[in-house]
Design a protein around this ligand. Sequence first.
Ligand code: SF4
Length: 335
Amino acid sequence: MITTGYTQKDWQQALATALNDPVDLLTMLELDQLTEVVQAAERISQLFPLRVPLSFVKKMRKRCLNDPLLRQVLPLQAEATRAVGFVKDPLKEREFSPFKGILHKYRGRVLWMIAGTCAIHCRYCFRRHYLYSDHIFTRSKWQSGLNYLRQNPDVDEVIFSGGDPLLIKDTILGELIEELTHLKQIKRIRIHTRLPIVLPERITDNFLQLCQQTRFQIVLVVHCNHAQELDQHVAKILSALRAARVILLNQTVLLKGVNDHLSDLVELSKQLFAMHVIPYYIHQLDPVDGSKHFEVTELRRKRLMRGLLASLPGYMVPKFVQEIPGGASKEWLTV
Ligand code: SF4
């Protein structure tokens, strides 16, 4: 039997101890003497709160303000800078929503936003200004969602997104998957989640059982930006998922100050692959208001792409992509 030994109680306890106060985070990292940083973090977290699980904090280096994991979660004064072209809804998602909670942007795939919260708040998130309370695909919408699929028989893949869709309990997830089982047109379920990386306890034995027993191919797209996020605990969880016949892909966001050096990206691809995860996409930063300081120039991005091609076997080189609102697919960026 494939097991991680985790239950719902384990991950809910881990989630309950996530840090929400910048002072606690900076104190743990012995950075609390940096008064300006502390004050800015407190101010900016009023706009988009800090949230970070303890297991993620433990992977950060102490006394290092430039730690690549800390940079992803620490509210900085730079977020208050307005920048031309950086807007609240950079992907214009509301225009591709047949009804609230569903996005239908690309042929053959429909995205259901089944959760409105995350275990971690990534400062560069393109949905950081999203009004989840208005746009969640709650149980009361399931039948409308299923009808929408029946009316669109070319859709053969449902994507669970959010927020983080794995913050839904296994029982509810199981019921939703069961509803989809009756639709013969659906072949795959894709789950976009950061939890195997930032809250590994979420991969419960019940979830593994769900993945093993369903008739669907389950594709789990994790989100890891730096090799420092991967440790033995994460490796164990990913092995269990693979043993449960889950297809594992990774998406990364290219972020200045986090992973914009060739050695960062090479190491990330190698470690992911060693843990059975295919490096799938590197996303160009979506221009969301408050994230300009994470932007990597086109020149640097092209150098990184050339460097990756020259450093890794092709199967470890992720595709560089950009979302273009209204495009028929993501745009593949070239060197
Ligand atoms: S986990 Fe994903 S959806 Fe949640 S804040 Fe991070 S990038 Fe955004």
